[in-house]
Ligand binder design. Structure first.
Ligand code: GLN
Length: 540
């Protein structure tokens, strides 16, 4: 096994500059040749983001092993083609948990347990053990937050020490900063970068590469200036350009010379394979038609709450050579049909995504009904599928007030009910049905055709399920449960064969969608929506 090389990515000036995408794009230039393992270090004290509000923190990304992590892991998986593990996400919550347990066990007997060397030592050990376990060629470590934040200091200190442990030839430090072009000044400004790099150098880290996020390609002049002030070569200052499509970033990085910097710093061969990637990016740019897909939910004020869904739609656009515009529809106050009609005007397809709790639910159910009756392509994800079952039970099976017990525990018709093993759980963190679960698909179903396989799996994050007591009634009226758990107890997929595309999935197919390989159920939705745009299905 070759010795692991380490790439440390830090950020400066402000948050939201796209450190996750920058990190994933660096990895993208390496992953065709090397085993690149991404690691994310977060400063917060939560053990994981599973209990955080998506409006505050963006979507919760679920891994195969059931780990709940933040959306940067989505970028890593989509850009690096890896399936990440929960252990690759360090949070200060996890780190202090371990330190405290070690101290109680007596691992530090006689010593004062200190931030340095004990906590920083633990962080480095964590990195080394991942590198060893995964036989990583490259460990790509993103340090969350911005340099200067108190909560990330210990990771930065561990990163500084790292070069002493593994040798300077085996570590590369990348720093993402901001180069504004202020309104009216029309000039790229370097001061925020100078100050943020100074802060980093105060902490003992001199970056090998500075990525300046900017609305324009960085000029030679500004590169020169940053190089002088920050003590790097001019060639090591590259543009992190604002883009309409994040998949362009690896291509831009390559043009800006990132491969060369990687080669020189880490002493490895770098031969990115961007052929198919570039072709797909081109497809997106040349798209003649655009389909409009409504995402109907309650976290619509922050697009990041639905980041993976938006990406899954983009992947389909690249493969179907069409633009896909996600249109957010807030369902909270939506009850009457006129309202729904106006919201869904010019919409080609609808997604009701995952969700929790009662707010906006009746609006979602009305939208689902509208899609079912008017042949509008529909994909229900997790809660979206559960609510499609509620709608069908109420309006087709005639089960008055049918509901999920999440909303009405006393409903006469609990068509969606809590899993028996979930009933006794009292802790909220990490206790849902989480992670990947297999399903067996029904041959000849639409869903089987889309997956092209009998045995499939998707990632889950929920507590409720279709109540088996109602399966027969639902089937009698036309629902096909096209995928069941291998023991045939849980309904994992459903569809309505009489409809052009009315599909539900208890898992979250968006989490496994890749740029090179879109998620089948999204592909089906966008393809049918595109066809509908061409032919126009008749309204019933
Ligand atoms: N609230 C539902 C449940 O817990 C659905 C969750 C989701 O959509 N992820 O089962």
């Amino acid at each position: 096994m070759p010795k692991t090389k380490f790439i440390i990515v830090t950020g400066g000036v402000l948050s939201g500059l796209g450190k996750g995408v920058a990190c994933a794009s660096i990895g993208n230039l390496l992953f065709s040749k090397y085993k690149v393992i991404p690691v994310k270090c977060d400063g917060y004290l939560n053990v994981d983001p599973g209990t955080m509000n998506p409006i505050e923190h963006g979507e919760v990304f679920v891994l195969e092993d059931g780990g709940e992590v933040d959306m940067d892991f989505g970028h890593y998986e989509r850009f690096l083609g890896v399936s990440c593990k929960f252990n690759w996400n360090l949070t200060m919550g996890k780190v202090f948990d371990v330190i405290r347990k070690k101290e109680r066990k007596g691992d530090f007997l006689g010593k004062t347990v200190q931030f340095i060397p004990h906590v920083t030592g633990l962080i480095k050990e964590w990195w080394f053990s991942i590198a060893k376990e995964e036989k990583a060629d490259i460990l790509l470590i993103e340090i969350g937050g911005t340099v200067g934040d108190l909560e990330n200091e210990l990771y930065i200190e561990a990163a500084r020490q790292l070069k002493r442990d593994v040798g300077i030839k085996n570590v590369m430090y990348a720093h993402l900063t901001y180069v504004p072009v202020p309104y009216g000044v029309h000039e790229q400004k370097s001061k925020p970068t100078q100050q943020s790099v100074n802060l980093l150098r105060e902490k003992g880290i001199v970056p090998n590469i500075i990525i300046g996020r900017c609305s324009e390609i960085l000029s030679d002049k500004i590169k020169e200036k940053i190089a002088i002030f920050c003590d790097v070569k001019k060639e090591a200052v590259i543009t992190g350009l604002d883009v309409d499509n994040v998949y362009k970033i690896p291509i831009i990085f390559e043009k800006e010379g990132v491969s060369k910097i990687l080669k020189n710093c880490l002493h490895i061969k770098v031969e990115p394979n961007l052929k198919k990637w570039s072709l797909l990016v081109k497809n997106m740019g040349y798209a003649k038609k655009t389909v409009r897909i409504a995402i109907c939910g309650k976290y619509t004020t922050l697009e990041d709450s639905y980041a993976s869904i938006i990406e899954a739609l983009n992947h389909c656009g690249a493969h179907l050579k069409c633009g896909v515009k996600a249109v957010f529809v807030e369902t909270t106050d939506m009850k009457n049909i006129r309202n729904i009609k106006s919201h869904l005007k010019d919409i080609d397809g609808v997604i009701v995504p995952g969700g929790f709790g009662g707010r906006g639910v009746e609006g979602k159910i009305e939208i689902i009904k509208y899609c079912r009756k008017n042949n509008i392509p529909f994909l229900g994800i997790c809660y979206g599928m559960q609510l499609a079952i509620v709608e069908f039970a109420r309006n087709v099976c005639g089960l008055k007030n049918a509901n999920t017990t999440e909303i009405n525990p006393k409903t006469k018709h609990p068509v969606i009910d809590i899993l028996p093993e979930q009933k006794k759980i009292s802790e909220m963190g990490g206790t849902m049905r989480l992670g990947t679960y297999p399903a067996i698909l029904k041959k000849d179903s639409k869903i089987f055709k889309l997956y092209g396989a009998i045995s499939v799996s998707e990632r889950h994050r929920h507590r409720y399920e279709v109540n088996p007591d109602y399966i027969a009634q639902l089937e009698k009226k036309g629902v096909v449960f096209s995928g069941m758990s291998p023991d045939r107890k849980l309904c994992e997929f459903m569809e309505l064969p009489s409809h052009p595309y009315f599909v539900g999935c208890q898992g979250h197919p968006e989490l496994k969608s890749g740029f090179l390989k879109p998620a089948p159920l999204f592909y089906g939705l966008v393809k049918t929506s595109l066809e509908r745009k061409k032919t126009g299905f008749s309204e019933i």
